[in-house]
Design a protein around this ligand. Structure first.
Ligand SMILES: Cc1ncc(COP(=O)(O)O)c(C=O)c1O
Ligand SMILES: Nc1ccccc1C(=O)C[C@H](N)C(=O)O
Length: 418
């Protein structure tokens, strides 16, 4: 007989056949062993890895080594110590970039790591507009994440050449790829609904109209395999602290397709993106790879945390990651269905697998209060304005039993409030 995993208290009230079914799914889970690589508080079902990923167990030791050994003892020598084997601080952004590249279907020299997603968005959008100089429109999803909208708006105004940020519903993007559009800026997975766009189809449609693509992979990277090269994407950015589990404020990543590297200027030409920073040349000569999108001194402490966090993915088959994510979200949707009928819960996440990221969201008229109560019970998700309850699933550390516990928590809160 299957035994309950240690970190799960038994689930009182769960029908034995359902419990058996969930335990079977968990017993067959090829990623079940990954949970032990994270530190998660007892008694909590953490459904917020799409806002701040949980801490991988190996991170504190790595950060302590960097603090005490590399900073405390070796001091300035750490910038170059171990350069022969690529262990030096100078090479840290490139080492981390190579690990991210595998997760997003890119080549290592097409990826740089540093700064925040917002800042990286500014850099690549500026590059895209430069590469399409005769067009003046940035086309975006009207409901895109605020920072994407703000950065695009601000950059357009700064350029002072009459750029327009055109916001249209995501479903209309393909029809709006008119000859005045320079770049389309989209988040692959909507942060509120969890709806996933067809990146391959949108990219192909954009290219057919001479439009460059900028993808925000904040809710994609580390949640399922992304194939930037396969879809022919031009530019992309994403967060280090969500599904990559790099810690609060972790450095973000930026992707520039190889074909653009010789021509894509960086709006922020800092010395760390120079081909040879310590030559101290008088004028800027960009690194030949995406490293040019690193601007200033790398954030060694947070890059080190992210570097170790990414090692969790080393033995992970990304197809397994996606399959498990879908199994978790399917299970959640299925177990929540009877509650939807009893309470005012409306599923807003697509049932179609191809159109789903790794989260499930519902509208509820009192969503803020429901989420506050859930959080107080240790079921941690997100409230997103105006009325969204959002539950993020992380295939590396969730089990199907976690899903059932979360649903039991939602049921208890909704019954209390009724
Ligand atoms: C789609 C999307 N883009 C960007 C960000 C964040 O950007 P930054 O890390 O610069 O705050 C988030 C979340 O905060 C997000 O959901
Ligand atoms: N960076 C943060 C800092 C503080 C609180 C939340 C965030 C998030 O990342 C929110 C997330 N982007 C979201 O999709 O809602």
């Amino acid at each position: 007989m299957t035994t309950l995993p240690e970190h799960h208290p038994a689930l009182p009230g769960l029908a034995p056949d359902l419990l058996g079914h969930l335990l079977t799914l968990d017993a067959r889970d090829p990623l079940a062993h990954k949970r032990a690589e994270f530190i998660l508080p007892e008694g909590v079902v953490y459904l917020d890895g799409n806002s701040l990923g949980a801490m991988p167990r190996a991170v504190p030791d790595r950060v302590a080594r960097v603090l005490h050994g590399e900073w405390g003892e070796a001091l300035i020598r750490s910038w170059t110590a171990g350069a022969e084997s690529g262990e030096d601080w100078m090479a840290l952004p490139d080492r981390v970039a190579a690990k991210v590249a595998r997760l997003i279907g890119a080549q290592a020299h097409e990826v740089a790591v540093g700064d925040s997603t917002s800042v990286n968005l500014f850099k690549v959008l500026a590059s895209a507009l430069h590469l399409n100089p005769d067009r003046r429109v940035i086309l975006t999803d009207a409901e895109n994440f605020p920072t994407d909208l703000y950065v695009a708006q601000g950059l357009g105004e700064l350029l002072g050449r009459g750029h327009e940020l055109r916001r249209v519903p995501a479903r209309d993007i393909a029809a709006q790829l008119t000859p005045d559009v320079a770049a389309v800026l989209l988040t692959e997975v909507d942060y509120r609904t969890g709806e996933r766009l067809d990146m391959a189809a949108v990219t192909a449609a954009a290219h057919a109209q001479g439009v460059l693509t900028v993808w925000d992979l904040a809710h994609s990277a580390g949640a399922f395999p992304v194939d930037l090269r396969g879809v022919g994407a031009d530019f992309a950015v994403g967060c280090g602290y969500k599904y990559l589990n790099g810690g609060p404020g972790a450095p973000a990543f930026v992707f520039v397709a190889e074909r653009h590297l010789p021509h894509a200027p960086t709006a922020l030409s800092g010395w760390m993106g120079h081909a040879d920073p310590f030559e101290m040349e008088r004028s800027y000569r960009p690194a030949g790879n995406a490293r040019r999108f690193v601007v200033g001194t790398p954030q060694v402490l947070s890059l080190s945390a992210l570097d170790t966090a990414l090692d969790v993915f080393e033995d992970v088959n990304l197809g397994d990651l996606r399959a498990k994510s879908l199994s978790l979200t399917d299970t959640f949707i299925e177990l929540m269905a009877p509650l939807g009928e009893r309470f005012s819960l409306t599923l807003v996440t697509p049932l179609d697998h191809a159109r789903r990221g790794s989260q499930v969201s519902y509208r509820h008229p009192d969503a803020a209060r429901v989420m506050a109560r859930l959080t107080a019970r240790g079921i941690i998700g997100d409230f997103r304005t105006p009325d969204i309850l959002r539950f993020g699933f992380t295939p590396l550390y969730h089990s199907h039993l976690d899903v059932a516990r979360a649903v039991q928590g939602v049921q208890a809160v909704l019954e209390e409030q009724a």
